[in-house]
Design a binder for this molecule. Structure first.
Ligand code: ADP
Ligand code: MG
Length: 682
């Protein structure tokens, strides 16, 4: 068996199962093996009597004094047993599992694992049964917990992965032995097996280290090779006139901050240079990156060229369209703005296409549809990607193949320390916007227990009636049978009932049709919707300065970095802003994570606190950001591995840029295979 084998060709995988896996982007055996566990669960130590509380999940070592009984019901058979430990007894009950009876030999000790029920007597239903030996082994073995989709259980995925391993898949080794040795890395096959089914935590950590290294290594190698191959393109679109742009800059209702100004000057310098370049603009949420992009693009237009800004979501693309259109009107700029997204109709696409061909200067806005479409640019001088994964190498090649070598600007709100940024964005120049506009007031924060959420709603009402707007964020779209977290659909209704006619409540989530999302964002933007109940689709980039309050439901569920991004949606105007975190955790104390947010509003501090708060058990815990989408590596936590991989890559490419050495054959094959995989999955 090999990696490219379709899941369907495995024994026992039918069309239905295949479809389920495809929802998780798993098509081949290789994809399945790369579907690393999201976290690991461990079985708890055997419980002492004093630690037993209703509703807790525990393991109890106990014996039966008499055989289990079966009670025939009219709908199902029930198996009942009483087990004893010390002076205490445990009532056990299983539904529809008559076979457990023969398993339970009288007098023998078993471990019963399950959730204790409410009530005075100790009672457990559907307990899992283990021999003490087996349980001891399990206790040391972290159990994989996979990302799932409805219809697929964790056990399904486990078994599927096991099947692949059992089939004797050959994984081989592609890194040269010296590299493994100098970095003390375990063999690839060992790492793959241990990441799915670790023997213990120590094995898991070593497996992870290897896979993290690989991920960084190949990422950096590809980047390095591209840099070697790419001849710096000549800048065919020198931007020299900036009169109009400067005039707009002067008339803005605010002065640019020092950081914004420096970034803008850096970009203008790039645009005048003899060779095209790429620049990363880093600035925390609310630092005002959009206006910098707008002014840079305007400079291009002023010289008769076109400029593109690409947004990660449709909502953001439309927001840019509105803002740019407004700016053009306000400053009487003679340019039009076009916006192309996945939901643009064929007719709209055709119109936009012909505008791009006919008009010289033009503001072009869009999502990724823009580069996937066979759009022919005519005079493209600058491509900006906003809040987005790195502007991919492949996309750059796509533009280059259309005869365009535009300057590239990537704008990011992820707070990466400079040393890391230099490695990860080694092929780009870097400008950092450190300061926030001085007019900004610091957002005031509060943590409110779930029982007291009405006070939060009342606070929102007070702000809204004073003319401002609010976001309410919930983790889920609709009610779920596996989670008690709030969902936007029910929550919006609850709030409508609570506020009655006096306040307009709107609803936004990722499963709505694009047109509908647009309409809602537009209505919120223009103030028609006063309270917007939304999922995290508003997380990146959304800018409605009049919104001054954010309530985050089940805030304890989100990662720190994500909460920081979310909170960045308020406090963008002159009004005092408020962020209320609703804590639905069981603990009496405020979770540390929320504590950190309440006391800091600096992206860098928050990222490093986030790191400190993560214990060894949850190293798959909180993903910093979706920006640099590594599967298993985390740029913060694994910074030292990143450094190692970066040095190795540099050495290898310096000695053997085309990877022709015998000892690099494995690496070369791996890269080739991966590029094939990427294509089959498109
Ligand atoms: P981000 O960097 O998160 O993308 P935006 O570009 O959306 O931030 O800007 C946030 C808000 O700050 C916008 O309403 C924008 O008009 C405003 N803004 C930008 N620059 C300044 C400035 N120098 N002074 C005051 N307000 C500014
Ligand atoms: Mg932005």
């Amino acid at each position: 068996m090999d990696y490219m084998e379709r899941l369907r060709d495995l024994k026992g995988v039918g069309e239905k199962t295949e479809k389920l896996y495809q929802k998780l982007d798993i098509y081949t055996v290789g994809d399945l093996l790369l579907h690393y566990p999201r976290s690991y669960q461990t079985f708890p130590p055997l419980a002492n009597y004093g630690e037993l509380h209703p509703n807790s999940t525990v393991a109890i070592l106990a014996r039966l004094k008499s055989p289990a009984r079966i009670r025939k019901g009219h709908r199902m058979d029930v198996t009942l047993a009483t087990a004893f430990f010390g002076d205490h007894s445990l009532e056990l009950i299983w539904f529809r599992m008559p076979y457990v009876r023969s398993q339970l030999a009288v007098g023998e000790a078993f471990v019963f694992y399950g959730k204790l029920e409410e009530g005075n007597r100790l009672k457990m239903s559907q307990a899992q049964i283990y021999t003490p030996d087996k349980y001891r082994t399990l206790m040391q073995q972290p159990q994989p917990v996979y990302g799932l989709t409805r219809g697929l259980t964790n056990n399904n995925v486990r078994k599927m992965v096991q099947t692949v391993f059992d089939s004797g898949i050959h994984m081989g080794e592609y890194l040269p032995p010296e590299l493994l040795e100098s970095n003390q890395l375990v063999p690839y096959e060992w790492a793959m097996k241990q990441i799915h089914f670790p023997m213990d935590f120590d094995h898991l950590l070593r497996a992870r280290q290897r896979l993290v290294y690989d991920e960084f290594f190949f990422f950096l190698l590809e980047m390095g090779r591209n840099r070697l191959e790419e001849v710096p393109a000549e800048n065919h679109h020198l931007i020299t006139k900036t009169v109009q742009m400067r005039a707009v800059q002067k008339q803005l209702p605010f002065a640019l901050t020092g950081g914004q100004e420096e970034a803008l000057e850096d970009i203008l310098e790039d645009l005048r240079a003899p060779q095209v370049s790429q620049r990363l603009i880093q600035g925390d949420v609310g630092s005002g990156k959009t206006i910098v992009a707008f002014l840079s693009m305007l400079a291009c237009l002023e010289n008769g060229y076109q400029a593109v800004i690409m947004a990660p979501t449709e909502v953001l693309a439309r927001q840019h369209e509105r803002e740019f259109t407004k700016l053009c009107q306000k400053y009487a700029l003679p340019y039009s703005v076009v916006c192309l997204t996945g939901s643009s109709t064929v007719k709209q696409r055709r119109e936009i296409q012909s505008k791009i061909l006919d008009e010289g200067a033009l503001f072009i806005i869009g999502t990724h549809a823009l580069i996937q479409d066979p759009v022919e640019f005519r005079k493209l001088a600058l491509v900006v990607t906003d809040e987005q994964h790195r502007f991919g190498v492949r996309q750059r090649k796509m533009l280059a193949s259309k005869g365009q070598s535009p300057n590239v600007l990537v704008m990011s709100a992820t707070p990466i320390p400079r040393t890391l940024a230099m490695i990860l964005y080694g092929d780009m120049n870097l400008s950092v916007i450190r300061d926030l506009p001085a007019s900004r007031k610091k957002t005031k924060n509060a943590v409110v227990r779930a029982e007291k959420k009405r006070t939060a709603w009342q606070f929102v009402a007070k702000e809204v009636l004073a003319g401002r707007q609010a976001y309410v964020i919930c983790p889920l779209v609709e009610a779920s049978d596996v989670s008690e977290d709030e969902n936007v659909i029910d929550y919006a209704q609850t709030l409508k009932d609570f506020y009655g006619d006096q306040i307009t409540v709107g609803l936004l989530h990722g499963r709505m049709k694009s047109k509908e999302k647009d309409r809602v964002m537009e209505a919120f933007s223009s103030g028609k919707i006063q309270v917007l109940v939304s999922t995290t689709v508003v997380e990146v980039g959304v800018n409605v300065p009049n919104a001054s309050v954010m309530v985050i439901e089940n805030a304890n569920r989100f990662g720190l970095a994500q909460l920081h991004q979310l909170r960045g949606r308020v406090g963008r105007g002159a009004d005092q802003a408020y962020c209320i975190f609703i804590d639905s955790s069981d603990s009496e104390e405020i979770p540390r994570r929320l504590e950190v947010l309440v006391h800091s509003d600096d992206g860098f501090t928050i990222a490093s606190e986030d790191l400190k708060l993560r214990g060894p058990g949850d190293f798959f815990g909180i993903r910093q950001s979706g920006e640099l989408d590594f599967r298993i590596a985390d740029i913060y936590q694994d910074a030292n591995v990143l450094q190692m991989a970066s040095e190795d890559c540099r050495e290898i490419l310096a000695a053997d840029p085309k990877l022709m050495f015998e000892e690099h054959a494995g690496i070369r094959n791996f890269l080739e295979r991966r590029s094939q995989e990427v294509y089959t999955n498109l």
